[in-house]
Design a protein around this ligand. Structure first.
Ligand code: ADP
Length: 514
């Protein structure tokens, strides 16, 4: 009884911390270092996915607010780019210390905003986001070019790595703090200034994170607006003063962004979707492979991850054993209010996304060969009736060509397949337009190396299936995106531009031709 009361108390206190911040940040955006009202007076409701109740409003910004944010970033850029890189890094370190001190506020608001369970998701995501921020702050000294051996007599030849200018960053709702940092931290430390658009479904935790940063960053280095994609995102993409776009989201929107940025030859970084294989060979260590399937599918984030291993290939020799183990573990996961520290699984972000899962499940159930091994329904618990909950679901017998196996569901739904031939399994694993992540479980080094060589994915793991993190370069192949993030190369390749310099210290420069 006492224990239950403690649980309830923690949930109430978590709720209170989160709702206080939600109220304070409601109706605000960040311009010129301050929380301000938007020019647009229209708003978007922010809904708690765990119970469908209103937690706040954010401005539905349009071009005028984008223009205002860009002007602020432009003014800040002329000053920020001149601050020595190591000095910028120190400012960011101080900002990271402030984030660290307010970690609890960030975790609780992240959980309230996204419906992601606080213990299994929001706490680790906040930690990873702050760690990534520290990492980029510490990389300031790496913003260096190259020095070349003399190609011409008396000529000093080198390159510099300079900031690009104003960066437009557009993020989704599924891991908003980590994804925001992956964009703003390398951009800012490299001397750029940023206009960030939050996802309309989970904007408040991003505002809080950015608000804390304002205590150290000069005004205008990071402006944050909210709004819908077409109304607030597109004006950032096409704005003539925005010189770089970094985006995480769906393939459909990524493609549109690339086309819209093309006329001004604006470079884009795109982190898009996936339909990722998780492959278990007959000699795999089942003690790690079974939990690896659950972790890999990101079931405790309701499957809402680009890297979710939603196509599970299991060798026929161990198929039954694996399925039994996975189903047992799935049935032990506790689903509940995201702010309850006892919950392993929270709620799907929105009614729209829940309907997406329901749509794919309806499609799946139409196929006569389909067998639902676990889940396949909304939970029966009346306490969860109002929230956007869906049971973690595992199915078998779905034809591989079904949209359920080909399209990114972004919900807690995975398909299992039995195989007996490595080569045909690999062919099937690669038979998708996506190429984001892939995992293999085996003790066989030869097969592991063959898999690494043949798999068409940008983020490949053997005998583990961890989420992307700081200092692990991450990005997709094929229709899963362009460019890599989360490591030094992303800062250099995506947020700086190179200048080549030739200085002649001799008498005569030979002007051959250009
Ligand atoms: P999801 O399906 O995960 O919501 P989206 O790709 O639809 O992914 O959205 C990701 C982000 O892109 C969100 O911030 C959204 O508002 C924004 N967005 C959507 N459409 C556009 C667009 N046409 N131009 C710019 N940003 C957009």
């Amino acid at each position: 009884m006492i224990e239950m009361n403690n649980e309830k108390n923690t949930q109430i206190s978590n709720n209170k911390i989160a709702t206080n911040n939600a109220e304070r940040l409601s109706h605000k955006i960040i311009i010129d270092g301050m929380l301000v009202s938007a020019i647009s007076t229209e708003t978007i409701q922010v809904i708690n996915p765990s119970n469908a109740r209103l937690i706040g409003h954010v401005p539905r910004c349009r071009s005028k607010d984008v223009d205002r944010a860009v002007r602020s970033s432009q003014k800040a850029f002329s000053h920020w780019k001149k601050i020595p890189a190591r000095e910028r890094g120190k400012i960011m370190m101080r900002a990271a210390n402030r984030l660290e001190k307010r970690r609890k506020e960030l975790e609780t608001l992240l959980s309230l905003d996204t419906g992601n369970a606080i213990r299994t998701q929001a706490i680790p995501e906040t930690a990873s986001a702050i760690e990534l921020f520290y990492m980029f702050a510490g990389l300031a000294g790496e913003l260096k070019g190259e020095n070349f051996p003399p190609n011409m007599e008396h000529v000093l030849h080198y390159t510099t790595r300079d900031p690009i200018g104003i960066v437009g960053a557009i993020i989704p709702w599924n891991a908003p703090l980590f994804l925001m940092v992956a964009k703003i931290a390398p951009a800012i430390v490299a001397g750029n200034t940023v206009v960030l658009k939050t996802a309309e479904q989970a904007p408040l935790c991003v505002l809080l994170f950015a608000d804390i940063l304002q205590e150290e960053l000069p005004a205008g280095v990071l402006n944050v607006i909210s709004g819908y994609g077409k109304e607030a995102g597109e004006p950032i993409v096409v704005h003539p003063e925005v010189r770089k776009i970094t985006f995480t989201g769906s393939y459909e929107v990524g493609k549109e962004i690339m086309a819209k940025a093309a006329p001004k030859l604006c470079p884009v970084t795109l982190e898009l979707g996936g339909k990722n294989p998780n492959i278990i060979l007959s000699d795999a260590d089942l003690e790690i492979a079974i939990p690896g399937i659950i972790d890999g599918m990101r079931y405790t984030r309701q499957g809402q991850a680009c890297t979710a291993g939603s196509r599970i290939y299991i060798h026929e020799k161990i198929y039954d054993k694996i399925i039994e183990g996975v189903v047992k573990k799935l049935s032990e996961l506790r689903m509940g209010d995201a702010l309850d520290e006892e919950s392993d699984i929270g709620a799907i972000i929105s009614e729209e996304q829940l309907n997406r899962t329901l749509h794919y499940m309806e499609l799946a159930k139409k196929s006569p060969s389909v067998k639902v091994l676990h889940g396949g329904h909304r939970p029966a618990d009346p306490k969860l009736r109002d929230g956007f909950f869906y049971e973690p679901t595992l199915m078998e017998g779905i034809p591989i060509e079904s949209p359920v196996c080909q399209e990114e569901i972004f919900g807690p739904v995975a398909c299992a397949f039995s195989f007996n031939d490595f080569d045909s399994m690999m062919q099937s694993a690669n038979d998708t337009p996506f190429g984001l992540s892939a995992t293999l479980w085996t003790e066989n080094l030869y097969r592991a190396l063959q898999f690494v060589e043949e798999i068409e994915a940008g983020f490949v793991q053997v005998n583990q299936c961890v989420a992307p993190r700081a200092n692990v370069s991450y990005g997709g192949l094929k229709m899963s995106g362009l460019g890599k993030e989360y490591a030094l190369d992303s800062m250099i390749n995506h947020f700086t531009q190179s200048k080549t310099i030739l200085i002649n210290r001799g008498k005569l420069a030979h002007n051959r031709s250009c």
